[in-house]
Design a protein around this ligand. Structure first.
Ligand code: IVH
Length: 451
């Protein structure tokens, strides 16, 4: 982002410099008389940004500069008043648009005003980090709009999404997106393990949580995110790249080295309970029907037309499978750790198990502990660690033979029914809804269920 910004125009004074200033030292500011030098007052609330904006502006006034103070701490109207008082005392003009206008707008208008009126230094008094990011982001968006040929498809502006509606294009997966065979009891799982051990002899298994979200395949080319495609029917899925780019845990550019020039990595898009609860609170306030669970919420969000809305939904993405025939790794665990190094979010809650007992121990532990996780899980996935052994086992038409899912029993809770109401859907379909005393279930408070 820095490289695209007009560097001399924006000089950031970070907290440390403010602290230095409090000790009386002058900041090192590179003054470029035209266009005005912009000084953003950065720091936490109470760091003394307003006072120091006045002090530094005054110092430069005495050095012959013509400064302008811009008040855009709209979250605290009192801060605007404070800067106005400071400006009046020092005889330095203050520009503001009041506390009803967005801080970014005020900063933009303040800059325009300074250029028109010939101020050579602009001190922007902000409310903190967030606003600065917004101002810089706007600046970058403008530059990208002016020089579209230089715009990077993985620019940080893509994190905020756009409100352009998207038609999802159907894309063929390079490798089909398989499903997993399920087991529901330790006997069934034990039989699967015994069968594999009988066939292969010594086997290491990797046990992982089974994330309850919606599957995604991310394609990277030369370390840059190229495409994100839903599972669809396993052969073809929808191109949801613009929506996935807004998920901050999905790396737009990979770190480190050693990743294949072209590869597809697969995982799960999840909606953490905190995001899910917030979304349902907003829907309730707007009189909209509530979403049944984080899985449906994640899947629905991924298919939204506006990536800007997706950006606000708080999705997360965790990866667990690299689809490629020619990987430079001999085991799944090795690949996971390499992928973590490239910047992917890979779960820490994995283990290497060398026996049926060890697998059972992992399952028993997470069957309880998962209740404390901030996202939904519905089981454990058990995978053969060695890629050579995976190849020996191969796949059926639908699922690999080298992996299996163990499904947890759905959580149950007891509560008191208050009343049954009726919900009318968009198509006119009527669904009875049980309203009951709120009860904690799978990490979220539940007070309603469709019948
Ligand atoms: S591995 C070829 N690992 O569960 C193997 N899947 O019910 C690819 N899932 O299709 C899948 N957590 O969407 C794998 N740790 C995990 C998983 C996981 C959740 C999902 C995935 C899969 C479905 C099967």
């Amino acid at each position: 982002m820095e490289s695209l910004l007009p560097a001399q125009q924006i000089v950031k004074i970070v907290n440390e410099e403010l602290i230095k200033l409090m000790g009386g030292e002058a900041p090192q500011i590179n003054i470029n008389p035209k266009p005005p030098t912009v000084v953003m007052m950065v720091g936490l609330q109470g760091a003394g940004k307003t006072t120091h904006a006045g002090k530094i502006a005054n110092m430069y006034k005495h050095k012959g500069k013509n400064p302008l103070l811009v008040a855009c701490d709209v979250y605290r109207p009192a801060a605007i008043k404070q800067l106005e008082i400071v400006g009046e005392k020092l005889g330095i003009p203050v520009f503001t648009l009041g506390d009803k206008v967005s801080p970014v707008k005020i900063a933009e208008e303040g800059l325009k005003y300074a250029k028109q009126k010939g101020y050579d230094m602009v001190f922007i008094d902000t409310a903190g980090r967030l606003q600065i990011d917004e101002v810089l982001m706007r600046e970058l968006q403008d530059l990208e709009a002016t020089y579209p040929e230089d715009a990077d498809p993985n620019s940080p502006t893509k994190r905020v999404g756009s409100d352009l509606t998207t038609e999802f294009e159907s894309i063929e997966h390079r490798y089909p997106m398989q499903s997993l065979a399920n087991t529901y009891s330790s006997e069934e799982l034990g039989e699967w393990i015994d069968r594999i051990v009988k066939e292969l002899g010594e086997v290491e298994f990797v046990t992982e949580l089974k994330f309850d979200g919606t599957a995604i395949s991310l394609c990277y080319e030369n370390g840059a995110l190229k495409r994100a495609v839903t599972r669809g029917d396993g052969r073809r899925g929808d191109d949801v790249t613009n929506n996935v780019r807004t998920i901050t845990s999905v790396p737009l550019k990979l770190r480190g080295e050693g990743y294949p020039a072209l590869f597809e990595i697969r995982g799960e898009i999840i909606m953490p309970y905190a995001s899910f609860d917030r979304l349902n609170r907003e829907r309730e306030a707007a009189g909209e029907p509530l979403l049944a669970n984080p899985r449906n919420a994640a899947a629905g969000t991924l298919k939204l037309q506006s990536s800007q809305t997706v950006a606000h939904r708080g999705l997360d993405c965790t990866l667990y499978h690299l689809a490629d025939d020619n990987l430079p790794y001999t085991t799944h665990a090795e690949m996971l750790s390499a992928a973590r190094g490239w910047g992917f979010k890979i779960s820490d809650h994995t283990a290497i198990c060398r026996s049926r007992e060890e697998v059972e121990k992992f399952i028993a532990y997470w069957d309880t502990e998962r209740k404390a996780l901030p996202y939904a899980t519905d089981g454990v996935v058990i995978k053969v660690n060695s890629y050579a052994q995976q190849r020996t086992l191969g796949s059926t038409a639908k699922a690999p033979r080298w992996a299996v899912a163990y499904k947890f029993q759905a959580e149950k809770a007891l509560t008191r029914l208050s009343e049954v109401t009726y919900q009318v859907g968009r198509t006119g379909a009527v669904t009875p809804v049980a309203n009951f005393e709120p009860v904690q279930l799978s990490g979220t408070m539940v007070k309603r269920a469709t019948l």
